[in-house]
Design a protein around this ligand. Structure first.
Ligand code: NI
Length: 255
C-alpha cells in the first residue's frame, strides 16, 4: 500500500494544541507517510519549521497568508529568507490573494506581499503554495509575471478554463475536502480534465473536513477520503491516486 502525502496541513494551528504530538505520532498507522505544513505568518512559519525539525515525515513551507499579511513589512522577507535555509523547508507558502472577507488587508497590500514572496521563491529556486480565494484573475496575472516560478494552486477553486492555463504553465492543482461536497461542480470538472501527474491531495487541516466529517476538526488521516473521491471521478482505483499524488508531491517539493 502506498502511503498518503497530505501536501497542505496546518499543525501549528491552536486547534491541535491539546493533542498535536499524539496525533502526528499516529499518522503512519493511518497510512499517512508525508505531510507538508505551510506557514501563514512569521510565528506560524517558525512553528512549521520546528515541526519539520521534530518529525522526519513532516516538511515545511514558510510564508505570509494574504489574510494575515497586514503586519508584513520589508524586513519580514529577510526573516523568511533565513527560515528557508532549513533543509526541510521546501516551498514558499502559503501566499496569494483572498478577496472573500471585507476585513482582509487591502488588495494593494496583498499584491505587494504576494509579489515579494514570488520574487523570493524565484531567488531561492523554491516552488510556491498559492491561496486563491475569489481572486482568480489577479492571482493568474500576478503568477504570470514570474514565469520561472512554479508550484501548486492549493484547494483549487477556479474554472476548468483557468486550470488548463495553469497546467500549460506547469503548475499543479491541489484538491481538498470540498471536492467531496455535493455542490462541488467546478472542482469536479477541473479534476476531470487535470492529468493525474499534476494533482496533489490536501486537507488544509484543521479546516475543510471532507464528507462525512463536516463540522469536525480535519486532520491528515482524512485526506484518504479526497483520494477516494478523486479515484471515483477519474475512474481509477484509490491506490493509483494515492501513489500518483504522493509521487507528484515528492517531485514538486523535491523530497
Ligand atoms: Ni491553508
Amino acid at each position: 500500500m502506498a502511503l498518503l502525502f497530505d501536501t497542505h496541513a496546518h499543525y501549528d494551528d491552536e486547534h491541535f494544541d491539546a493533542d498535536r504530538d499524539a496525533l502526528l505520532r499516529g499518522m503512519r498507522e493511518e497510512g499517512v507517510g508525508l505531510i507538508l505544513n505551510p506557514g501563514c505568518d512569521e510565528d506560524s512559519s517558525r512553528t512549521a519549521v520546528a515541526l519539520a525539525d521534530k518529525y522526519d515525515f513532516v516538511y515545511a513551507a514558510v510564508g505570509w497568508h494574504p489574510e494575515n499579511c497586514a503586519p508584513y513589512k520589508d524586513a519580514s522577507l529577510d526573516v523568511l529568507r533565513e527560515l528557508a535555509k532549513h533543509p526541510k523547508v521546501r516551498a514558499i507558502g502559503e501566499i496569494g490573494l483572498d478577496y472573500h472577507w471585507g476585513e482582509n488587508p487591502p488588495r494593494e497590500k496583498q499584491h505587494e506581499v504576494f509579489r515579494a514572496q514570488l520574487a523570493l521563491a524565484r531567488e531561492l529556486s523554491l516552488p510556491v503554495i498559492v491561496h486563491d480565494r475569489d481572486a482568480h484573475e489577479d492571482c493568474l496575472a500576478i503568477v504570470s509575471e514570474f514565469p520561472n516560478v512554479r508550484g501548486v494552486f492549493h484547494c483549487y477553486s477556479g474554472s476548468a478554463e483557468m486550470a488548463k492555463r495553469l497546467l500549460d504553465m506547469g503548475w499543479y492543482l491541489g484538491f481538498d475536502g470540498p471536492l467531496t461536497y455535493k455542490n462541488a461542480r467546478r472542482a469536479v470538472e477541473t479534476a476531470q480534465i487535470a492529468p493525474l501527474d499534476r494533482i496533489l491531495i490536501e486537507t488544509d487541516a484543521p479546516y475543510l473536513p471532507p464528507v462525512p466529517h463536516r463540522g469536525e476538526r480535519n486532520d491528515s488521516s482524512l485526506v484518504r477520503l479526497v483520494a477516494e473521491r478523486l479515484a471515483q471521478i477519474k475512474g481509477v482505483d484509490t491506490e493509483t491516486v494515492v501513489a500518483a499524488t504522493a509521487e507528484n508531491g515528492k517531485r514538486l517539493f523535491d523530497i
